[in-house]
Design a binder for this molecule. Structure first.
Ligand SMILES: [Cu+2]
Length: 167
């Protein structure tokens, strides 16, 4: 009787310890914190995909995200969404400004990363590497998790993705 009881307790402990580890997904380079890089899954033949993350400048000096690249795509562009009449259009940005103490969220329907020329579909549950280059803080490698949009953004315009096909 003692052994099965012991096993049950161990399983409970492992499950409890596993949860926070799965949620921790942030990076730091210099004064810049990068939180939860993720991308939506793509289907076969889809050449572009949206990437999202949160950036926080904890320093006292302005910084900028000036370039992004990934071995999973030919190039990665910085995009913003602008309302043109009543149509949302994407425009490429040279950089994403990070004022001191400021934070910026790249999210569906807003500013985002666009992976152009995907070498393989982005598969749910997998990760891809991403290199972020900040003007002051320098380079950092992060893992982008391929996952479904969080509930808070799930209703955000799918139009953004429809537009991606036209690039
Ligand atoms: Cu885009």
């Amino acid at each position: 009787m003692k052994i099965p009881l012991f096993r049950g307790a161990m399983v409970a402990i492992c499950v409890a310890l596993g949860a926070p580890v799965a949620l921790a997904h942030d990076y730091q380079v210099g004064a810049i914190r990068i939180d939860h890089p993720w991308a939506r899954p793509t289907v076969a033949g889809q050449m572009t995909g949206g990437g999202y993350l949160q950036l926080e400048n904890r320093g006292k000096t302005a910084d900028r995200l000036v370039s992004v690249s990934s071995t999973a795509a030919e190039r990665v562009e910085l995009h913003t969404m602008k309302l043109d009449g009543d149509v949302m259009r994407m425009r490429q940005l040279d950089a994403i400004e990070l004022p001191p103490g400021g934070s910026v969220e790249l999210r569906p329907g807003g500013d985002h990363l666009m992976l152009v020329g995907l070498k393989a579909p982005l598969e749910l549950g997998k990760s891809i590497p991403l290199k972020l280059t900040f003007e002051r803080a320098g380079d950092v490698m992060v893992e982008v998790k391929v996952e479904k949009a969080p509930a808070s953004t799930a209703a955000a315009p799918a139009a953004e993705h429809a537009d991606h096909h036209k690039h």
